[in-house]
Structure formats: structure tokens, C-alpha cells
Design a protein around this ligand. Sequence first.
Ligand SMILES: NC(=O)C1=CN([C@@H]2O[C@H](COP(=O)(O)OP(=O)(O)OC[C@H]3O[C@@H](n4cnc5c(N)ncnc54)[C@H](OP(=O)(O)O)[C@@H]3O)[C@@H](O)[C@H]2O)C=CC1
Ligand SMILES: O=C(O)[C@@H]1CCC=N1
Length: 271
Amino acid sequence: MDKNILLVGCGNMGFAMLQGWLSLDDAPRVRVVEPAQGLRGRLADLPVEVHAHPDEFPAGYEADIVVFAIKPQLFADVLPAYSSRVGEGAVFLSVAAGVTSEAIAALLGGKPAIVRCMPNTPAAIGQGVMAVYANARVTPEQIDAAKVLLGSCGMVVEVEEEGLMDAVTAVSGSGPAYVFNFIEALARAGEKAGLPADLSARMALKTVEGAARLATQAEDDPATLRRKVTSPGGTTAAALAVLMADDGLSPLLEKAVGAARDRSVELGRTN
Ligand SMILES: NC(=O)C1=CN([C@@H]2O[C@H](COP(=O)(O)OP(=O)(O)OC[C@H]3O[C@@H](n4cnc5c(N)ncnc54)[C@H](OP(=O)(O)O)[C@@H]3O)[C@@H](O)[C@H]2O)C=CC1
Ligand SMILES: O=C(O)[C@@H]1CCC=N1
């Protein structure tokens, strides 16, 4: 795509998205600002320009899309420096949890076009969920360009109501961590049941991968697929009696997702 992308912050999420962008056949021109030397080092072999600070930009540099992938707590300090460093018609894209488009606009001054995106780290391999919300200043061309960029990282879904971004964050933004924790827990449980640690870890991982792929490819919904594993009076039924009890997995996940959503709202209030 014929665009100048400026990535501010190349930590876990920024780097994951960058890998998606660079996988495009017509990858955009990317400039990165990242103060951490170690993180800049891993960009050395990639076709991107890297800076520790925006003062290092060449004269006249203008970005079409500025992506903020820094922690929400840094927005107030970092954003104002970027309001004057972009071209006419630039769009600002924030991946921060909680921080509202109104708060971002206030930090940038004027009436900027803002896209909020809630990505997740599977973006690194093109398997992310990239939820977007665009404020009223974003033109159809700008949202299309943002969607092409984000589409290189996975499935793009548009959210019409900004308030839903907190719930989105709690489900798909944080969600990979829940799945990784499930893999860890299943591996540990296998170990407790007598398996060697390494074997249990490999089996837990492949079981989650295989189940996710089957759920993606099969015509059956997850509940039907679950029933197909569950022989009457068998082993799965014994396990599901625990997992699907009143105090089982579902209420636990509701509590976890609720906690993440509340934290997202809180992060928004403090910015
Ligand atoms: N991690 C995830 O799975 C997801 C994260 N997000 C959002 O992404 C954002 C980043 O999170 P994450 O990647 O996990 O955090 P990281 O801490 O891994 O990355 C943020 C990076 O920004 C750098 N940074 C600090 N100050 C500046 C600055 N002035 N200019 C440019 N870069 C700077 C940090 O450097 P240093 O370490 O030296 O401070 C760090 O490398 C957050 O807003 C988060 O809500 C959204 C969805 C998923
Ligand atoms: O933990 C966080 O706050 C960020 C947002 C979603 C995933 N990571």
C-alpha cells in the first residue's frame, strides 16, 4: 500500500502488528519510534526506519497513519509531540486499552481523525482479531486504508459504538492470554495425572490447536463438537461435570472478562 506509517512504540503489540504489515505483498513504508535500545535492535534486519525519538525524523517527513502502541499511562506525555508531525489528512490510530477517542483528540489538539483498534498478539502471524472504531472525522478512504493495514494482521471487525471497545478488549484483546493460561493449566493437570512434563505440555498445546482448527473448519458449532467428544457415561462427561458445574469455567470466565472490561473503563477514566 502506498502509505507512510509511523509506529510509536514497538513493544509486544507494536512489534506483532509490524510483522503483519511487513507480510503484505505491497508493504507500506514504516518508520518506528522506540526508545528501548534492545527493542530497536530486533528491527535492524527489517525494512523499516528506526528512531529513538521523533526529533530524528528527516525534514519534511509526514505520516499518513500514525499508530500509537504505547501504554495508556503514557498517552498524555507522548501524544502532543505528534500533532504537528503529520500531513494533512493523516489519521491517528490508537491500540491502547481504555483511552477514548475524545481523550486522544484532546491530547492532539484540533479535530483529528481517530481510529481506535483493539488488536491481539496473534496479529504477528496474521491470525489476530483487529476490532476498529472510527470517530466522525475519519473519511471512508481513511478507514479503508486502516482496514487494509490491519487486515494484514488478521480479521478486521468494525464496532459502531465506542463504549463496546472495553468489552472487546476483555474478550479478544486480552483473550490470547486466557488461552495461553488454559494451555499451561491443562499441561500442569496432565503432569499431576502422571505424565512427563514435556509430553503433557506438547499434548496440551496440540489439543488446543487441533480443537481451535476443528471449530474453525467444521460445520458444527462448538457445543455440538463438545457433545461429539462426550461419550455417555465416559471420561469427558466426568470432566465436564466439573467444568460445567455452577461454579465451573463459565462463571469464572464471566468474572475474568468482567474484571478486564472494568479495568479498561478505569484506564479510560485516568487518561
Ligand atoms: N500486549 C497486548 O497483547 C496488547 C496491547 N494493547 C495495547 O498496546 C499498547 C502497548 O502495549 P504493549 O505492547 O503490551 O506494551 P509494551 O510495553 O510491550 O510496548 C510499549 C512500547 O512503547 C515504548 N515507549 C515508551 N515510551 C515511548 C515513547 N515516548 N515513544 C515511543 N515508544 C515508547 C516502550 O518502551 P519502554 O519499555 O522503554 O518504556 C515499549 O517498548 C497498550 O496501550 C496496550 O493497551 C492492545 C491489545 C493487545
Ligand atoms: O493487558 C492489557 O492491558 C493489554 C490490552 C489488551 C491486552 N493487553
